[in-house]
Design a protein around this ligand. Structure first.
Ligand code: DGP
Length: 113
């Protein structure tokens, strides 16, 4: 099995600029930021994408949302932010380890590209 980039970052074998951690999650800055704050919230468990989620993962996804809320205050710009979970190649997913993008610090347009 080929190595997962985010599993390598979580294990500390590839550097990542960490901004938060819990028992089940890590958060690190995106290497290619699309906003002044661009953080990835990532489960330590390897789950490929939203498509692989099972009912047992519901609390984990809730924790991801709560971590985003906290990080928006701690490292973001407070109230206004965007959360994104690209799912599948055609939706822009490039790393197949579940993650939530937290973007803040600029105005965002809708619909997204
Ligand atoms: P997505 O395209 O939704 O799968 O998001 C993957 C994100 O991962 C993308 O915004 C760029 C980021 N990324 C890719 N390689 C690295 C890396 O080596 N380190 C960090 N910190 N982020 C990475």
């Amino acid at each position: 099995m080929s190595k997962c980039l985010f599993c390598e970052i979580i294990a500390g074998r590839i550097p990542g600029e960490m901004v938060g951690q819990t028992d089940s999650l890590v958060a690190f800055r995106d290497i290619n930021p699309q906003a002044p704050v661009h953080v990835l919230i990532v489960p330590k468990e390897h789950i490929e994408s939203m498509r692989s989620l099972e009912k047992k993962h519901a609390p984990l996804v809730g924790e991801m949302a709560l971590m985003a809320q906290q990080l928006a205050e701690d490292v973001g710009y407070g109230q206004d932010y965007r959360l994104v979970m690209n799912t599948g190649i055609n939706a822009g997913q490039s790393v197949f380890h579940l993650h939530m993008h937290l973007l803040s610090g600029r105005d965002f347009t809708w619909p997204p590209g």
